[in-house]
Unconditional design. Structure first.
Length: 228
């Protein structure tokens, strides 16, 4: 059983360095989103196109762990390629299901279309980091801002504009949603699809990158998911 780790928008494979070794003896593959690092871009950048590109690289019967937008892409992949995954883990992905939280998210999509979108991105990422390891947080944000805008901007917009409820309702693979900082109602998520189990990280100070700031807590959750 292969564990596939997928970083978020503008994020890099090294973000999983604190958890990947702890997943042994399972083989681990860390993928990059299209247009990130050395990964070939897709054109146009849409969630289905990105998911289909990743599906070409994901072994059958894998457990996919996606952080943030990587989890959103994993969700799209699981629905578009049923039977491909054994399990899906959504690590603090932006997938609100209550009307209020969803409206807040989709309203933010307009900001990505404005000329100062990069400043909005920087502000959003810094606010999401949390209080721990600020120097590391600056390194992560700098990497996001340095990623090709042609890959980051349309993917970020697609994630914000997405109503995830139809995809979540159609999901046919057991899924763990790990909440660290997102405004996602875990009970409402489970009510939408009983295959989706909400897991509270239990450490609200970890911010949006808990695999970097609270790796042991994340590892405990991932090991439990693998045992299932």
């Amino acid at each position: 059983m292969t564990v596939v780790l997928v970083p978020g928008t503008g994020c890099a494979p090294w973000h999983f360095d604190r958890v990947a070794p702890g997943l042994a003896p399972e083989p681990v593959v860390v993928l990059e989103l299209p247009g990130h690092g050395a990964a070939r871009p897709v054109d146009p950048v849409t969630l289905p196109a990105v998911a289909d590109r990743l599906a070409e690289q994901v072994p059958a019967d894998a457990v996919l762990v996606g952080h943030s937008a990587g989890g959103v892409v994993g969700l799209v992949l699981a629905v578009r390629h049923p039977g491909r995954l054994r399990r899906l883990v959504l690590l603090d992905s932006n997938l609100p299901v209550t009307p209020e939280a969803l409206a807040t998210k989709t309203a933010r999509a307009e900001a990505v279309l404005r000329p100062d979108w990069r400043r909005t991105l920087e502000t959003s990422m810094r606010a999401s980091w949390g209080a721990r390891e600020p120097t590391l947080g600056e390194e992560v944000v700098a990497g996001i801002l340095a990623t090709d805008a042609a890959a980051v901007r349309p993917l970020w917009h697609a994630v914000l504009a997405l109503d995830p409820r139809p995809l979540l309702a159609a999901l046919q693979v057991p899924t763990s949603y790990v909440r660290s900082s997102r405004d996602v109602d875990l009970d409402a998520l489970h009510a939408l699809n009983p295959l989706v189990e909400g897991v509270e990280l239990g450490d609200r100070g970890a911010g949006h990158w808990p695999h970097l700031t609270a790796p042991e807590a994340v590892l405990d959750i991932l090991r439990d998911a693998l045992r299932r």
